[in-house]
Design a protein around this ligand. Structure first.
Ligand code: PMP
Length: 324
């Protein structure tokens, strides 16, 4: 039986909620305020959850469309497998639930969707402990209004003293909640020192990624981003940018190790992520990147990305999943 629409939880613009008033939780759509977990939740205690961040963009007809939702959910399911989480849905079913969540929520503006799968409670007979088996799995999805938030004129990044953990310490290629303590510490240090974000090296001293985005450098007209083996999350935006680079005349992306000096001497540096989108980096650890302005390759790729997510490039419309 359909439930009555819950009251908006956050400040409303023109009568529209800024936070989706519904959440998918415990196998059904519930008012967001009812989507709660007990303090005994195993993921809360041990960081044994996985998550995604998916954007939905307003399209030329005013409708909303999820960008690369299926790819996000394939990565989500891979992260789930890493932690022995199985909530039973396929990527297609997760897409359908997300479409329904956004459809019911009727917010204005671009949206950000946060799927979360997590270890919930000990099954009967399982003693307490840090474990993946003998614990139930749960899925929640919530969403909120979120426009572009990064400074498209360029940001200043720190070079973090924190390193990205190697894969034999923590599988950073999976989006595991507990692993984000590393990212949070790096970002907190960077912000305290007056930077917008931090770029982290791996334990071998090569460039890994920024706190929630991947790194691209442009040197002598060559676009480079580090490989998955450099201890990073293989971003979906990174993959999108590599595809778009191949479309630009005279440009293609190379996936190869990036050294610290390669970062410092690059003509252009930019970050890519679902939340950050494409953001130019104009200074790193007090050194100016190129001429201190977003470079031509960065600007061309930013424009190309915007065209794709806003449905203005027919070639990539299959990456958009319309709501409603
Ligand atoms: N690295 C990390 C650590 C991230 O959290 C993110 C954001 N998901 C990214 C890279 C970029 O990934 P995507 O482009 O898929 O959002």
């Amino acid at each position: 039986m359909p439930q009555l629409a819950p009251a908006p939880l956050a400040s409303a613009q023109a009568g529209q909620p800024q936070v989706a008033p519904w959440a998918y939780h415990g196998g059904e759509f519930v008012p967001l305020s009812d989507a709660r977990v007990p303090i005994t939740t195993q993921a809360l205690q041990y960081g044994t959850g996985v998550f995604e961040g998916i954007r939905a963009y307003r399209q030329p007809d005013g409708g909303l469309a999820l960008f690369r939702a299926h790819d996000h959910y394939l990565r989500f399911l891979a992260s789930c497998r890493m932690l022995r989480i199985d909530t039973g849905e396929t990527a297609q079913e997760l897409c359908r639930l997300t479409v329904e969540l956004l459809d019911r929520s009727d917010c204005h503006g671009d949206m950000y969707v946060r799927p979360l799968a997590y270890k919930l409670r000990l099954l009967p007979g399982t003693p307490p402990g840090v474990q993946l088996r003998g614990v139930s799995d749960a899925l929640s999805i919530n969403a909120f209004v979120m426009g572009s938030y990064t400074d498209k004129q360029g940001i200043k990044c720190a070079l973090s003293s924190w390193r990205r953990p190697p894969e034999n310490v923590l599988p950073v290629r999976a989006k595991i909640t507990g692993g984000y303590v590393n990212n949070a510490l790096a970002l907190d240090d960077a912000r305290a020192a007056g930077y917008s974000d931090a770029i982290l090296l791996n334990t071998r001293g090569r460039v890994a990624e920024a706190t929630t985005s991947n790194v691209f450098v442009v040197t002598g007209g060559v676009l480079t981003t580090p490989p998955a083996g450099a201890d990073l999350l293989e971003g979906i935006t990174r993959d999108t940018v590599l595809a778009l680079a191949a479309d630009l005349p005279g440009l293609s992306g190379v996936v190869t190790e990036v050294t610290r000096d390669g970062l410092f001497t690059a003509d252009e540096v930019f970050l890519t992520g679902t939340g950050a989108e494409l953001v130019p980096v104009v200074q790193i650890a007090g050194r100016t990147v190129g001429d201190g302005q977003p470079g031509p390759v960065t600007r061309a790729l930013m424009a190309a990305y915007d065209d794709v997510v806003r449905g203005r490039n027919a070639r990539y419309r299959h990456w958009l999943l319309p709501i409603g």
